[in-house]
Design a protein around this ligand. Structure first.
Ligand code: DUC
Ligand code: ZN
Ligand code: ZN
Length: 489
């Protein structure tokens, strides 16, 4: 077969990197899938990757796109700008949130997000469902229906008055998720601690953006993660703690994983690269650095790197939650808004991977294999993106070609999102994704977008793969030890 022009596209001369291996091979692509791996392959179209690294396309698994907050604020990125920015940053697929708000149905929510995404995205996409109103109908009819349409992860909040679920509702959602093979995700912070400290800070006249940091103590995260893990363990359900920002929280995730519980963790770029000192900038500038959980300190960064290296975190995300530094976003409540009135979140969908490559691989903190796992493969396996996340025969040809030598200085103007700032302004990164393919088509090449909005397709995801996570039922829920009562799946 060698030498025959059998492939639609071949990527030649590159160093292929997967979560398990690094090897020299050409990649043959036909019908949008990887159909050949070898040497001397030829095709109708050739991408010369000599001197480059050829990786699974990034999967951004935590971002907020065309999403209203519970108080009505809209993110600045829609599926067009959000996906374009993601693609320029080395991603060939993303999984934003579809947010149910109280009073809305789940099916209605997913239909709404379908209308926002269809025809707009340049890369493939799915959704995680945010569940804020777990009515009986939602639990018995709509979550199973969401699962059936390929939405196989449900996120809940333990904080935010308009979004949070109580422990009992959380247990209901975990139980439904377990029955169907879905993964529950949680924003774990203690609501009472945050509102109690916030009220005291404001009463004492401390309203500047920097007070966002003390209003979200590390203990609020640790307490909530401990409770969330306990709830998941009670019903032996799978749970992923999103945006872990403290050593205490990471330690709890690690401990639960070591004990065999079905617990997963995610951390995000900002917790590795920024600190709460960034919140203490003149005037309202600190608002650009407000996210929840908040930025912490340098010892925390070091601890989170250790956990990233050790495998505590399966997923590394941007938590791109873009609100412009103007009256449409951060300053919607005026130039004197208190830290409680400023939208939470920061942009970063186009920089997650360049930052991790430069600071992680480039500085010898993680291997190329870990980079492939954290940028793509782990999210694919965990979130049921069966066709994505690796370079192997039969997989979608979702590929990012990286120039490991290219050095860039980050500026807001160079981002392709709909934002007017980047928290990483002025950072120097080495290593850049120069070509990105989704299902075999160049989405980004030569510094330009190569497809029209709508190239990206909705991906129905599979059930979560819990191989290797034995878990065990709490004895009180096990008929063998609770006098025979069958009360939970
Ligand atoms: N949680 C998120 O996951 N993203 C933005 C803000 C928040 O609280
Ligand atoms: Zn959150
Ligand atoms: Zn988020």
């Amino acid at each position: 077969m060698q030498g025959e022009s059998i492939f639609d596209t071949v990527i030649t001369g590159g160093t292929v990197v997967t979560a398990s291996d690094t090897f020299n091979a050409d990649i043959g692509i036909s019908g949008g899938q990887i159909t050949g791996l070898g040497l001397g392959l030829t095709g109708r179209d050739t991408i010369d990757a000599t001197g480059k690294l050829v990786l699974p396309g990034g999967i951004e698994a935590h971002c907020h796109i065309a999403q209203e907050s519970a108080t009505g604020g809209m993110t600045s990125d829609d599926y067009r700008s959000g996906s374009i920015s993601a693609a320029f940053g080395g991603n060939s697929c993303f999984v934003p949130f579809a947010a149910q708000h109280r009073g809305m149905g789940v099916t209605e929510t997913l239909d709404l997000y379908d209308s926002r995404a269809e025809g707009s995205s340049v890369i493939d996409y799915g959704y995680h469902l945010i569940v804020a109103d777990p009515t009986e109908k939602v639990l018995t009819e709509e979550l199973p229906a969401a699962f059936a349409r390929g939405v196989t992860s449900f996120k809940v909040f333990m904080t935010y008055d308009l979004m949070r679920v109580d422990d009992r509702q959380f247990l209901d959602i975990l139980t439904v998720a377990k029955t169907h093979g879905a993964l529950t995700m949680v924003h774990a912070e203690n609501n009472g601690m945050i509102s109690w400290i916030s009220d005291r800070l404001l009463a004492a006249g401390h309203s500047a953006p920097r007070y966002h940091a003390p209003s979200h103590p590390a203990l609020a995260e640790a307490e909530a993660i401990n409770r969330a893990i306990s709830l998941a363990k009670l019903v032996d359900a799978a749970l992923l703690i999103v945006h872990v920002s403290t050593p205490e929280g990471a330690g709890l995730v690690s401990e639960a994983r070591m004990a065999g519980a079905k617990i997963f963790g995610e951390t995000c770029a900002q917790y590795l690269f920024l600190t709460r000192e960034d919140l203490d900038r003149p005037g309202m500038e600190g608002a650009k650095f407000m996210c929840s959980p908040p930025l912490r300190d340098v010892p925390t960064q070091d601890a989170l790197w250790r956990h990233l290296q050790a495998g505590t975190f399966s997923v590394f995300s941007s938590d791109h939650a873009p609100y412009r530094f103007d009256e449409t976003g951060k300053l919607a409540n005026g130039p004197d808004a208190t830290f409680k009135q400023i939208a939470n979140g920061m942009p970063g969908i186009g920089l997650r991977l360049p930052l991790l490559f430069s600071e992680g691989v480039g500085k010898g903190r993680i291997t190329l294999q870990q980079f492939a796992a954290l940028s793509s493969s782990n999210a694919a396996r965990l979130y049921g993106l069966d066709q994505k996340g690796s370079i192997a025969i039969g997989m979608d040809a979702d590929i990012a070609i990286w120039d490991p030598e290219e050095t860039r200085t980050v500026t807001a103007e160079d981002q392709h999102d709909n934002m007017d700032y980047t928290p990483f302004e002025g950072w120097q990164v080495t290593g850049w994704p120069v070509t990105v393919l989704t299902r075999g088509q160049r989405v980004i090449d030569g510094g330009k977008l190569q497809v029209e909005p709508g190239h990206g397709r909705y991906v129905a995801r599979s059930r979560i793969d819990l191989t290797g996570y034995p878990g065990h039922r709490a004895p009180e829920l096990d008929p063998a030890t609770n006098f025979g009562a069958e009360i939970a799946p």
